[in-house]
Design a binder for this molecule. Structure first.
Ligand SMILES: *[C@@H]1O[C@H](CO)[C@@H](O)[C@H](O)[C@H]1NC(C)=O
Ligand SMILES: *[C@@H]1O[C@H](CO)[C@@H](O)[C@H](O)[C@H]1NC(C)=O
Ligand SMILES: *[C@@H]1O[C@H](CO)[C@@H](O)[C@H](O)[C@H]1NC(C)=O
Ligand SMILES: *[C@@H]1O[C@H](CO)[C@@H](O)[C@H](O)[C@H]1NC(C)=O
Ligand SMILES: *[C@@H]1O[C@H](CO)[C@@H](O)[C@H](O)[C@H]1NC(C)=O
Length: 848
């Protein structure tokens, strides 16, 4: 499966521009995080973590002061049960008093506290509290760092998968976590839809939709998505695009891999308590260890009839061992059997389809491998419908990356058009205008977006109100027990003035028209509201207008809704010919006046800008502290390593290069400093600052450097001298030939007497200097500093070399082209090849 996708992408991922921003896709799960990076020059695949794993345990933990992620974080839960945080997905936008939080308490040893927003924070053993968004942001940040080190550039655009059943509050919290992590949400995509994109990537479909159910059994929930796949006309006449239209969802938020782990752990808890006459629930470490063991045993039972649970020193110094059979486990989950496949039928029923309309049921998600779940689904839909043709772990994140790449418009990918839908009924409510003083206030509820409404759509509805009022946007039912239903509280302002102005302009009975929109990522908003009133206009264009645009004046019923906009923005701006005409002739009568909207989030408000800034600062402070600590440790280790190396140099017996190149007093000074530094490190190493550690090292290096330098120079001198002699020799050879030629055939010579004399003077100077330093160097002892640095030898040789090269490269005078002698060219060739092979500039070369 994967090689095919990769090959396809190599061809598809051709880049349209040079400066491309990478797109990071993250599948943030309750147990595992998967990520994928779409970046120019980086092969498209799942992102590996620091241990080269394709999935990262969804845990952040502290081991005393050190923050850990992934498997490292998960594995220390048994030692630091209050500092290891897993399964945070359950807590996203969960009200502190909701059943989700009680459930979390039954699977976690973490200490939950209430935030000022009424959501959950977790408290570390040292008392510091971290909001769920902050903990998730740390994990997203960790993934961002992995991506940045892979892409070798900053990564800030991210697309995340979420379950389709996420409420608006949960979506808000995810976006907040992304922002706290210093990234930008390109989009949220339902995980089933992401799998559908991955599925469509390598397949083609007929024009009549082909329906598939994507059955996604994850750790915290099971969900099913019905999607229709079809071929539609592409951007140009020759192309076809693939359309994915989501038709329905079904889900169960209370079953999944975690619930199975919990039930397995219950078996172990009861067994332990019975055997040892103690309550393991009282021991957080023991509970955390059993949680990990339950996961391990569950995996074994997926392939075996029984397994042995074994935890050394679980609590009270007891080594716990017990055999668990698959039957025992399945018995404990018996009541769930009928629930596993139910989301499929819910999804079909919401889509208005039956199993017969479905080509296959595609299994994905880690828990889809659990035998009892797979068996239940097979029994419900028939074995022949089951498809295991996507990667159960990675299809969602890869599909999300492809979708993100398409959205970013920076990568050329297969043309796949995705139409997703909303999970819950969304209605607006407001107080009706009282007809008389004494009338009881009447609340009007209007269902604007029933579950299954399309993303990126808008609806406009009319409200008869002459004064400011509050428009509530809320879920019609309770989406999750204990979760709030109200989404937005929109204060519509300035109505009476607008109504008055319009009425004065001749409008009859103006009304308020408000628009409700669902975004690409499933967020519901009220982008605008206006007061509209038809202004009586007796001109011809006015009458025309009445035909085309004035229909809404007949909208009397407040409940009425009408679809206003289509997903295609170009179509949304379409105007009839008459409307255009009218605009050209004279300005349209001002029959709409926009209203001011003040939007509040009544319950479970997302983080405010200030809260997000504070959170970012907190996270950045830890990052900085960790960076400083890392540099401190590095400086300390480097100093320590250096001390041992110098000690070895000093202690080595015999005629070592170090001994030969150093004087007695240098060695003793170094030895003294060494002992002093060793003593200092032992006493102050922990609390010394990083710069002190570095200073100590450079103080020692200052003493060691002259010795090392001498040694290096002794090695380098002959090489440098050889180089100098080479140029000396080449120049001499060149001069001899050139002078001969100038003497024999002065008309044909490329060089003048002056040029050759100048070169000879430089050569002489070089020779004299060279002879002098060679003599001096002979008298220098190894433990003395050299008479001349090899650097200077090279520099002087370079002076000679460039002067020689300038002559060698000189072009022959044009008129005497044909008369170059073979002697000249052969000589010059020798000179050039000795000069390091600059064969493009051989004199006479162009004649040969
Ligand atoms: C679903 O199947 C039924 C019965 O086979 C058929 O009548 C109906 O047209 C199908 N619906 C779609 C959307 O294909
Ligand atoms: C109403 O008309 C007055 C006077 O022309 C103007 O100042 C005001 O801005 C108008 N208000 C609105 C809401 O259009
Ligand atoms: C606008 O609408 C007209 C008539 O419905 C249609 O012919 C035309 O293609 C549309 N233009 C755009 C840009 O959608
Ligand atoms: C000097 O260079 C020559 C030729 O390039 C080489 O044979 C000789 O070994 C070199 N001598 C040293 C000391 O590098
Ligand atoms: C320079 O080269 C000439 C001959 O090519 C040689 O006699 C002389 O000793 C060389 N000088 C040095 C310092 O190597």
């Amino acid at each position: 499966m994967r090689p095919l996708i990769l090959c396809l992408l190599l061809c598809l991922t051709t880049f349209t521009q040079n400066a491309l921003a990478s797109v990071l896709a993250i599948d943030y799960g309750s147990e595992w995080i998967k990520a994928s990076l779409m970046s120019p020059g980086v092969p498209f695949d799942v992102l590996l973590d620091r241990n080269s794993k394709r999935k990262i345990q969804s845990t952040v933990a502290w081991k005393k002061e050190d923050r850990l992620f992934g498997g490292d974080a998960f594995n220390i839960a048994g030692r630091f049960p209050q500092d290891s945080f897993s399964n945070l997905k359950y807590l996203i936008a969960a009200p502190f008093d909701s059943p989700s939080v009680s459930y979390y308490a039954s699977i976690s040893t973490a200490d939950a506290v209430k935030t000022s927003r009424g959501t959950v924070a977790l408290r570390r053993s040292d008392g510091t509290e971290w909001a769920v968004e902050e903990l998730i942001a740390m994990q997203l940040s960790y993934v961002r760092e992995l991506a940045e080190s892979t892409a070798n550039e900053k990564v800030s655009d991210v697309i995340l998968t979420i379950p389709p059943h996420f409420t608006q509050h949960e979506r808000d919290a995810v976006v907040d976590a992304v922002e706290v992590a210093g990234m930008r949400t390109l989009a949220l995509i339902h995980d089933g839809t992401a799998v559908a994109v991955n599925y469509a990537m390598t397949r083609s479909f007929p024009e009549q939709p082909e329906y598939h159910v994507i059955y996604d059994a994850g750790a915290s929930s099971i969900r099913a998505t019905v999607a229709g796949f079809s071929a539609v006309p592409g951007a140009t006449k020759r192309d076809t695009a693939t359309s994915i239209a989501v038709k329905g969802f079904g889900f169960d938020r209370n079953i999944g891999g975690v619930e199975l782990d919990r039930r397995l752990r219950e078996i172990l808890i009861n067994d332990f308590n019975k055997k040892h006459k103690k309550d393991i629930r009282e021991d957080k470490r023991g509970m955390a260890k059993l949680w990990k063991e339950a996961g391990r045993v569950k995996a074994i039972l997926s392939a075996n009839a029984d397994a042995t649970a074994s935890v050394e020193s679980i609590a009270w110094d007891i080594d716990y061992r017990s055999k668990v059979s698959r039957t025992q486990f399945e018995d404990a989950c018996k009541d769930l059997t009928l629930r596993y496949a139910k989301p499929i039928f819910d999804a079909l029923s919401n889509a208005g389809l039956t199993l017969d309309n479905v080509t296959s049921v595609i299994l994905t998600g880690g828990a889809s491998r659990t035998p009892m779940i797979q068996a239940a689904v097979k029994a419900a839909v028939g074995e022949s419908k089951i498809a295991l043709n996507v990667n159960a772990d990675e299809a969602a994140v890869l599909g999300a990356a492809l979708h993100g790449a398409a959205l970013s418009r920076q990568f050329k990918t297969k043309d796949i058009r995705v139409q997703d839908i909303t999970p819950y009924d969304v209605q607006v409510s407001y107080q009706a205008e009282s007809k008389s003083e004494n009338a009881k206030p009447r609340t009007i509820n209007t269902l604007v977006f029933p579950a299954g409404s399309k993303h990126t759509s808008k609806k406009t509805f009319s409200v008869r109100h002459k004064d400011d009022f509050v428009l509530h946007v809320n879920y019609k039912g309770t989406p999750v027990p204990g979760y709030p239903t109200d989404l937005l509280e929109v204060h519509v302002k300035g109505i009476s003035e607008a109504v008055q102005n319009l009425t004065e302009a001749g409008a009859v009975d103006p009304i308020v028209k408000a628009t409700l929109a669902v975004s690409e990522s499933g967020f519901v908003s009220v982008p605008n509201a206006v007061v509209y009133g038809e202004i009586k206009d007796d001109t011809i264009t006015g009458k025309l207008k009445g035909l085309f645009g004035g229909a809404s004046s007949s909208t009397e019923t407040e409940e009425e809704t009408e679809t206003a906009a289509r997903p295609d923005p170009s179509a949304a701006n379409n105007e009839t010919a008459a409307e255009k005409e009218e605009k050209k002739e004279k300005p349209a009568p001002k029959d709409t006046i926009p209203l001011e909207l003040e939007v509040k989030m009544p319950s479970l408000a997302p983080m405010t800008v200030a809260e997000k800034r504070t959170a970012r600062d907190r996270l950045r402070a830890i990052d900085l502290a960790e960076g400083a600590k890392r540099r401190h440790e590095e400086a300390r280790n480097t100093l320590e390593g250096y001390l041992y190396r110098v000690r070895d140099l000093l202690e080595e017996k015999g005629e070592t290069p170090f001994r030969k190149c150093s004087k007695e007093q240098e060695r003793s000074a170094l030895g003294e400093k060494l002992d002093e530094t060793f003593a200092w490190l032992a006493e102050h190493g922990e609390d010394a600052s990083t710069s002190e550690l570095i200073e100590r090292r450079s103080a020692l290096e200052k003493l060691e450097y002259p010795v090392v330098h001498r040694y290096k120079e002794i090695e380098e001198f002959p090489v440098a001298l050889n180089n100098s002699q080479k140029w000396n020799w080449s120049t001499r050879l060149f001069l001899t030939d050139a002078k001969t030629q100038l003497l024999d055939t002065p008309d044909e010579s490329k060089y003048t007497q002056e040029e050759l004399d100048a070169l000879e003077r430089t050569l002489k100077e070089h020779e004299v200097w060279l002879n002098d330093v060679v003599e001096k160097q002979k008298r220098v002892q190894m433990y003395d500093d050299p008479a001349v640095e090899s650097k200077e030898l090279y520099a002087r040789a370079k002076v000679l070399e460039s002067q020689l090269q300038k002559l060698v490269k000189k072009k022959a005078p044009k008129k005497k082209k044909e008369s170059s002698t073979s002697t000249t060219s052969s000589t010059a060739t020798t000179a050039t090849s000795a000069a390091g092979g600059d064969n493009t500039a051989t004199p006479g070369h162009d004649e040969l």
